[in-house]
Design a protein around this ligand. Structure first.
Ligand code: NIG
Ligand code: FE
Length: 425
């Protein structure tokens, strides 16, 4: 039995084991000068400091700094081959994301590099991204396939994601199958044939390797009809479903997500009012990715309108080699508050409990409560508004996974905690 006590904690957390929606996103439970006890990874006490507590294996003094649930980055493409810096500059010079795709760049260019990469290459390339995430407070992350676009390369990606998860005890990684990320060149004349191949040959295999099936439902990529067919098949196999929806143009992706009971509809930069109403009435979480709007120089998703309409909003980074090579939680948080009119409390809920719900994990993580996993962050300050105010700078001091400190951004501390290492393959 391993126990950790976190003392002098100024706790801010959403509560519950489901996504929080609408105006409730702004309500955090605030408990100053508190103690959290974690026993064998699970929170066993949270409340006023006890004088009669049993001795623990580890004691961490939070020094009255803010303690929040560990961050959940519920949308990333963290495994990929190659990079696309030249395309990035073309975009800055004025080419659109879609023009670049039509010129053979975009996702298909990462596909080529990913097909060529060995599993070891992909694993080694992803590892440093995970380390940086930990330093920014991320304790659970989702990672999508979708740069292989044929059976073998997609399986290679999913195996890499699952190996990254299995070979470390610092950050949980949830796999999503995104085979329908682009129409692969071999199926350029027949996207329906590619969807059939996925449904008949690939989904029966990946259903045991990925928790979710996702699709890029977008003009020029997969139509709402193709997306519906694919997601219905995934659902029939027991997979959770997600959509890249209304990212570049309005396609009705949000409405489709709500209709199919998707766990999340992601991006939503161009969601219609109809789509917002549909999401508000559904259980589907609106996952917003402000870093992508920022790097694509697009309008931000209408977060304020969505929350005011009663939607459950999550925030994630979308880290990927194309539209958004950034996993910066600090910048994402600042953009959400500065440009999307979210309050600090709403953004915390979006990045913790609602992110957890967007991965179907809200019963286990996403809030600080007895029975949940002891995943948390200690900020540098006792004031949570430092998160957006200290703009794009990391306010996380210590990241704790299952009660064990796994990243520490205070190298001068004489109390620098024990940090386990990622296991090597
Ligand atoms: O979420 N929109 C589709 N997928 C990614 C971009 C992928 C890429 O350009 O490589 C996204 O933005
Ligand atoms: Fe994405």
């Amino acid at each position: 039995m391993i126990t950790t006590r976190i003392l002098h904690a100024d706790i801010y957390t959403p509560l519950g084991s489901t996504a929080v929606r609408g105006e409730n996103m702004a309500s955090l439970w605030h408990l100053p000068d508190a103690e959290i006890e974690v026993t064998d990874k699970v929170i066993t006490y949270i409340g006023a400091e006890r004088t009669d507590a049993p001795k623990a294996n580890f004691t961490i003094d939070a020094e009255r700094r803010a303690v929040l649930p560990g961050f959940v980055d519920s949308h990333t493409h963290l495994v990929f081959g190659g990079y696309r810096p030249d395309e990035f500059m073309w975009r800055i010079a004025g080419d659109t994301y879609m023009e670049i795709m039509e010129r053979g760049g975009g996702i298909v260019s990462t596909m080529k590099a990913t097909r060529e990469a060995t599993p070891h290459d992909l694993y080694e390339k992803a590892k440093p991204y995970l380390q940086r995430m930990l330093q920014m407070g991320v304790t659970t992350v989702e990672a999508k396939s979708g740069y292989g676009l044929d059976k073998d390369a997609e399986l290679k990606m999913l195996d890499t994601i699952n190996l990254l998860n299995a070979s470390n005890d610092r950050i949980d990684i949830v796999a999503t199958y995104l085979g329908a990320h682009a129409v692969p060149p071999e199926w350029a004349d027949c996207p329906d044939g590619y969807i059939n191949l996925i449904i008949n040959d690939i989904l029966p295999i990946v259903k045991d390797k990925a928790r979710f099936c996702d699709v890029f439902c977008e003009k020029g990529v997969f139509t709402p009809e193709q997306s519906r067919r694919l997601l219905q098949a995934a659902k029939d196999l027991g997979m959770g479903i997600k959509l890249h929806a209304d990212e570049i143009v309005t396609t009705g992706g949000a409405e489709l997500a709500a209709e199919l009971g998707a766990v999340s509809a992601d991006h939503l930069l161009h969601v219609s009012d109809e789509g917002i109403r549909a999401l508000a009435k559904s259980q589907t979480i609106a996952t917003l990715l402000p870093l992508t709007a920022f790097t694509l120089r697009e309008e931000y998703a209408p977060a304020r309108k969505m929350i005011d309409a009663g939607c459950a909003v999550a925030l994630a980074t979308d880290l990927n080699p194309g539209s958004c090579l950034s996993g910066s939680i600090p910048l994402m948080f600042a953009l959400a508050c500065i440009y999307m009119d979210m309050t600090t409390e709403e953004a915390i809920t979006a990045l913790t409990l609602n992110g957890a719900a967007a991965l179907g994990l809200a019963e286990r993580i996403g809030s600080l409560e007895v029975g949940k996993q002891g995943d948390m962050v200690i900020l540098d300050s006792g004031n949570i508004n430092m998160l957006p105010y200290y703009t794009a700078m990391n306010s996380v001091r210590t990241t704790i996974k299952g009660g064990i400190p796994v990243a520490n951004n205070d190298p001068t501390s004489p109390k620098s905690p024990y940090i386990p290492r990622l296991t090597q393959i």
